[in-house]
Design a protein around this ligand. Structure first.
Ligand SMILES: Nc1ncnc2c1ncn2[C@@H]1O[C@H](COP(=O)(O)OP(=O)(O)OP(=O)(O)O)[C@@H](O)[C@H]1O
Length: 587
């Protein structure tokens, strides 16, 4: 059932920029809108693009939409990120028009070995060795400005020369990164009227979720499409949840675009289905809204106020206060999350909690590096063995697709066809047979890596020369685990599966990645001035953006919220967002 304000937004036939408070059911509105406009265009050659911010959101919408549409409707919509929209509809079909990509391309993802290789090589070219995590991370933030220049490197070690050399290297090796997919798509639309024409002829509607996090190039692309006046827009967002400024997001662009296309901006979603009234009272202290955000969901009548706990370390407060509070409230740890301003404070906490015997997902949870090639597939399959949920099959397909892409450099799209699904079921059959035969995770991994490779070679997804890649990857996983002092003999398939199917595990998430998610209980750690806002914050916008990040954290909690500070650093003082006047007023 939709509320009146949700229905109103879905029915609006004009271009609309909808401002939606946290937990207001944006996803529900987008799905209902999608189902409604599919009804309107069914049988025509037109389609709808639904652009979301992350792949996780794509999967969420895809799986929920299944209940609303008819068989065969798939050709009428594309649910995608802006990158896959540009890749599939603009860059891939027309890349032959671009110098360097005439013969095709491969997408360079930060998880791939090639990414590491190129970053290492380009740094060596500029005399930088002994690289740290940050030296790699910075390349994932690299963006292209409207004139083709590198941007987003103001606080980075990367110089414009390094960025350009990096792009030159990857292009010579036949690769393109996400930033350039967007840039070249814009160029193609600007220079070739026929490409713009084909896009606007195809898309009757473009629905954009998380529009507050849009970037300048993305707005340029949408503006070109809007100018043709053949495509309608539903843009949904919340300016108070714009937290991706470092990735080029600018909430002001959203308003600007709405004005440029003459979209309506008079509709709001103000009902919050997620959180209790006391949690919303804190959120409203940070950002009062008009109309005010009100609690409508199942936890609306919970009276428990958010609490602040201070201790000697996050681990001490979590184990002495947060976990016992969950017990008292009857909230399973799998429905709770620990949020922190950065990964750095989550790594040591994750490790200690794992040693303490708490199942966790998040940094420090995996005893091996995630980019080990066989690891994601093995985890997904083990997750399925533990709990065979039908929706997990799509996750396995996607992982298999990514794994093959990573190994072979080819996109095996037929994994998503009927034939591909048959392969997935055959892999699961092998996995099940081995599960029955092998008790421990290590012997399972050793056997499965061989048998999976054999099947994929027989079906021509892998070449015989690629047979040993999975086996070698298992050896690497074992070496990682030995280094991390994991008791290999006793590692279970359940433990591997928990990373893919983390229902029973406590989630450790950084605040940026918590966007769009919700948990019954949330603990926010490391809430110190200097962390949030960061000590390098200078401008009013820096402080505001930290406040929005804090706001996103607060609004993830449904029933119970704990703020945590600690004395691990003598300089630690509570963040201004916990104080009266500047924050939620708990200290
Ligand atoms: N009309 C409704 N009736 C009951 N529950 C609803 C309704 N609309 C949304 N919800 C529930 O509210 C919760 C929040 O919805 P959703 O995740 O779509 O919020 P959101 O607006 O995307 O939030 P955020 O911006 O904070 O990520 C979900 O659990 C959803 O099922």
């Amino acid at each position: 059932m939709l509320t009146d304000e949700q229905k109103d937004a879905v029915r609006c036939g004009e271009d609309l920029m909808l401002t939606a408070c946290p937990g207001s059911g944006k996803t529900r509105v987008i799905i209902s809108k999608l189902a409604r406009v599919v009804d309107e265009i069914r049988g025509t050659p037109r389609a709808i693009a639904c652009i979301t911010y992350t792949n996780a959101a794509v999967q969420e919408i895809e799986s929920r939409l299944r209940h609303h549409i008819q068989p065969g409707d798939d050709s009428f919509f594309d649910i995608c990120t802006i990158h896959s929209f540009c890749l599939n509809h603009i860059f891939r079909p027309f890349c032959h028009l671009i110098k360097g990509y005439k013969k095709g391309f491969k997408v360079l993802t930060p998880e791939s070995e090639k990414f590491q290789k190129h970053v290492t090589a380009v740094w060596a070219q500029h005399d930088r060795y002994n690289l740290t995590f940050k030296d790699f991370e910075e390349f994932t933030q690299l963006r292209v400005g409207p004139n083709g220049e590198p941007v987003g490197i103001e606080h980075a070690a990367i110089t414009p020369e390094v960025a350009k050399d990096y792009w030159k290297r990857i292009r010579e090796d036949g690769f393109i990164d996400f930033a350039n997919i967007i840039y070249y798509s814009l160029i193609l639309l600007q220079k070739r009227a026929e490409i713009l024409n084909s896009i606007t002829a195809k898309f009757a509607w473009i629905l954009v979720d998380e529009f507050q996090d849009t970037t300048d190039l993305q707005v340029e692309i949408l503006t070109l499409i809007a100018k043709a006046k053949r495509t309608r827009f539903l843009l949904v967002g919340d300016p108070y949840q714009s937290i991706f400024g470092f990735a080029g997001a600018r909430p002001d662009l959203a308003d600007d675009f709405a004005t440029r296309i003459g979209a309506r901006t008079d509709k709001q979603l103000s009902g919050n289905f997620r959180s209790s009234a006391p949690i919303l009272a804190h959120a409203n202290l940070l950002y009062p809204r008009t109309p005010a955000m009100v609690a409508l969901g199942q936890y609306k009548d919970v009276t428990q106020k958010p609490v602040w706990r201070h201790g000697s370390s996050p681990f001490q407060v979590i184990t002495d206060h947060f976990l016992p509070a969950l017990d008292g409230l009857g909230i399973p740890v799998g429905e709770a999350a620990i949020l922190a301003p950065t990964w750095f404070s989550l790594f040591p906490l994750g490790r200690r909690l794992r040693e303490y015997g708490v199942s966790i997902v998040g940094p420090g949870a995996r005893p091996y590096r995630r980019n080990r090639q066989f690891a994601p597939l093995a985890e997904q399959v083990c997750g399925y063995l533990m709990e065979p949920r039908p929706d997990a099959i799509a996750g396995i397909e996607r992982t298999l697709f990514n794994t093959l892409l990573d190994i072979t450099g080819r996109a095996s799209f037929d994994i998503f066809s009927y034939g591909g699904r048959v392969i997935v079921f055959r892999l699961l059959e092998i996995a099940q047979k081995l599960h029955v035969a092998h008790m421990g995770a290590i012997s399972w991994l050793e056997a499965a890596s061989g048998e999976f490779a054999d099947l994929l070679i027989a079906e021509e997804y892998l070449a015989p020369s690629e047979r040993d890649i999975f086996r070698m990857s298992v050896e690497e996983m074992k070496a990682d685990m030995r280094n991390n002092k994991v008791d290999l003999a006793n590692l279970t398939i359940e433990e591997l599966g928990v990373y893919a199917n983390p229902k029973a595990a406590l989630k450790l998430v950084n605040l940026h990645n918590s966007k769009g998610r919700e948990w019954r209980a949330v603990a926010m750690i490391d809430l110190h001035e200097g962390r949030i806002p960061h000590y390098m914050s200078r401008t009013a916008e820096d402080f505001e953006s930290a406040k929005r990040l804090f706001y996103v954290g607060v609004t993830r909690a449904e029933q119970f919220l704990m703020y945590i500070t600690d004395t691990t650093d003598s300089r630690n003082g509570p963040t201004r967002f916990l104080r009266k006047g500047t924050g939620v007023g708990v200290c």
